[in-house]
Design a protein around this ligand. Sequence first.
Ligand SMILES: CC(C)(COP(=O)(O)OP(=O)(O)OC[C@H]1O[C@@H](n2cnc3c(N)ncnc32)[C@H](O)[C@@H]1OP(=O)(O)O)[C@@H](O)C(=O)NCCC(=O)NCCS
Length: 143
Amino acid sequence: MSLHIRTYREQDRDAVIALWERCALTRPWNDPSADIDLCVRSREATLMVGYREDDLIASVMVGHDGHRGWIYYLAVEPERQGHGHGREMMAEAELWLASRNVGKVQLMVRIGNADAEAFYGALGYEAQDVTVFGKWLNDPNAP
Ligand SMILES: CC(C)(COP(=O)(O)OP(=O)(O)OC[C@H]1O[C@@H](n2cnc3c(N)ncnc32)[C@H](O)[C@@H]1OP(=O)(O)O)[C@@H](O)C(=O)NCCC(=O)NCCS
């Protein structure tokens, strides 16, 4: 049975953050609530949630920078994984980008997350020949 997928609403906040925690997507240096606020304020990003009946069991954050699309916070409730819901959420995110004429989508997978690599591979994603560089702008003591 497929998910009911819709745009995030404020009432979803606690359930979304709990889902991200169960899926080990949160990190001490990322405030998930602040990430939601930033996404909700942006016209170039959206957060989608997937429901089965009354249960929020999936999420994906998608946005673009005017050049490429980016995916964050893709999550499916651990005991509901393996039933095609991750694929459904990604299809919605890709549709959102395609409808804005974004020609390419990218995402970052943490080193060692072989399951996520296998998942994205099954969806036709390929490792790109680039190294991602980063720099913290707000907290000099951040990891
Ligand atoms: C990654 C995640 C979203 C996948 O969701 P899911 O609902 O289990 O995935 P699906 O059932 O839609 O799988 C889609 C395809 O990927 C394949 N796949 C998924 N996980 C896989 C794995 N660990 N190894 C091999 N293939 C895998 C499936 O076999 C399926 O292939 P098919 O459609 O050709 O049969 C889910 O495992 C998750 O929430 N993980 C924790 C959070 C996370 O790591 N997010 C990604 C951060 S980069």
